[in-house]
Design a protein around this ligand. Structure first.
Ligand SMILES: NC(=O)N[C@@H](CC(=O)O)C(=O)O
Ligand SMILES: [Zn+2]
Length: 454
């Protein structure tokens, strides 16, 4: 997004997190009072029971081409000046016609997220909780210095939990610990980390993404660590892009499957995840594997293509959109179609991993722009809208909170998160307290159909 554009958008507002929290709480109280008043006046239940709402919505077959519709409702279309705003249709519930629909989800897990460190950590943790991410969140290890050992992972988890408890003393958030596996990680370090409760090892390719200067060039060199991981049951997550300069950027993910084939042949019992996949090639590769291979999918890769980043889509208005830029970069429409199809089909080895990757505005809107999409706030509203439009709401809980939990060996969450079908304007930017800057969220300044209930 061009500098200053968000400010020009009248609908977007700059929100201070602390004030935003108070404001949300106040609005929630007001809503509760209004709802109670309506109950008293009308003596009726206003919230549609979930079972009934599902029963009423006939299950549609998965569209062969979900995108025309997804594009028509693409959030960026709504943001264009002068474009008609879409309004949430009010559903009729008996006599009442004004109460918005609600959906109660099993509390979602997020199998890939960046909490960062220092003041950014203080800033981000409350946003995760307020945006509905209140259970398991995989804490990526690419902080400074990186998380390379079990001891540092335990420190990081405690640091995240401390911030979470300060924001909400009753928090149920569960930061899932990771260690980064590099070419010099000894097997003993993997075993030690596992004994300290670390469940995931993370492999970044050399110099492909943020803080990946210590990433892997020669995958044979991580075999001792992978062997230990296979033995002690550490699941390994791969940022699946080939580090070789001989393989060009948009082909790096498809090219990486050759590396994974070799790893699979050598360590057939190693459980692994191909993360934040973006291509039909990756979808097909993961589908062709057995139970030991899973894949995480972000929300931005379900919605955007490379044209949205490079400024070729109508929605981009002909401008390069750095806030959509991330690694792996979104690919072509057919790749996005493959992601949508597999996720909406309910395939049990595909689960949500947001790759929530906040960067300060000055790091994004720069020559040498940092990669990463900050989707934490918009993710759940966008996913509910997508699954709803495709008539697949029944498959949203599995995608968000069941497939991943089963793959990683956890019980299903007992908690829930509620979303309300009410237009919600995503802030144009959020002040990054104490950092003299802000962070621009996905769908900045745009109106989404659903919002997370505080
Ligand atoms: N996804 C990104 O584009 N960036 C991530 C790193 C990563 O997960 O690749 C980040 O740390 O900002
Ligand atoms: Zn990431």
């Amino acid at each position: 997004m061009a500098a200053g554009e968000a400010r020009r958008r009248g609908r977007g507002r700059r929100v201070r997190p602390a004030r935003a929290g108070a404001e949300l709480a106040r609005r929630a109280r007001d809503r509760g009072r209004r709802r109670a008043a309506r109950h008293r006046a009308l003596g009726d239940a206003v919230r549609r029971p979930r079972a009934r709402s599902r029963a009423r919505r006939p299950r549609r077959r998965l569209r062969r081409h979900p995108f025309p519709r997804a594009l028509a409702a693409h959030p960026h279309r709504q943001a264009r000046p002068g474009a008609p705003r879409r309004h949430t249709p009010r559903r009729k519930t008996g006599r009442l016609t004004t109460e918005p629909r609600t959906i109660r989800l099993r509390a979602p897990d997020n199998w890939h997220a960046h909490f960062r460190d220092g003041p950014m950590l203080d800033f981000l943790v409350p946003v995760f909780l307020d945006s509905g991410w209140r259970r398991r969140i995989v804490a990526e290890p690419n902080i400074t210095p990186p998380v390379l050992t079990g001891d540092r992972a335990v420190w990081y988890r405690d640091a995240i939990l401390e911030r979470a408890r300060a924001h909400d003393p009753a928090t149920t958030v569960d930061p899932v610990m990771t260690i980064q596996i590099t070419e010099t990680t000894p097997g003993a370090t993997v075993r030690d980390a596992r004994s300290k409760g670390v469940g995931i090892g993370k492999v970044y390719p050399f110099m492909v993404t943020t803080h990946s200067g210590n990433g892997v060039q020669d995958y044979d060199k991580i075999y001792p660590a992978l062997e230990a991981a296979q033995d002690c049951g550490l699941i390994v997550q791969f940022h699946g892009e080939h580090p070789s300069d001989d393989i060009e950027g948009l082909n790096k993910e498809a090219g990486f499957t050759a590396i994974l084939d070799r790893i699979r042949a050598r360590f057939p019992k190693l459980k692994l995840t191909m993360e934040h996949i973006t291509s039909r090639a990756a979808v097909d590769w993961v589908k062709a594997q057995g139970d030991g291979v899973g894949a995480s999918v972000t929300v931005h890769h379900l919605f955007t293509t490379v044209d949205d980043v490079l400024g070729y889509s109508k929605a981009s208005g002909g401008l390069m959109r750095v806030h959509h830029g991330c690694k792996p970069q979104p690919k072509w429409r057919d790749d996005r179609a493959a992601l949508n199809e597999v996720v909406l089909s309910g395939h049990p080895r595909f689960f949500y991993g947001g790759d929530d990757a906040a960067h300060l505005r000055r790091r994004k809107e720069a020559e040498g722009s940092a990669c990463g999409v900050w989707n934490t706030m918009a993710a759940l509203p966008l996913l509910v809208d997508l699954f709803d439009r495709e008539g697949q709401l029944d498959r949203l809980d599995p995608f968000l909170s069941e497939h991943g939990a089963r793959f990683y060996g956890y019980d299903l969450n007992a908690e829930s998160v509620t979303l309300v079908e009410e237009p919600w304007v995503v802030p144009a930017e959020v002040e990054a307290t104490g950092m003299g800057d802000s962070v621009v969220p996905m769908c900045a300044g745009e109106t989404l159909k659903w919002r997370v209930r505080a």
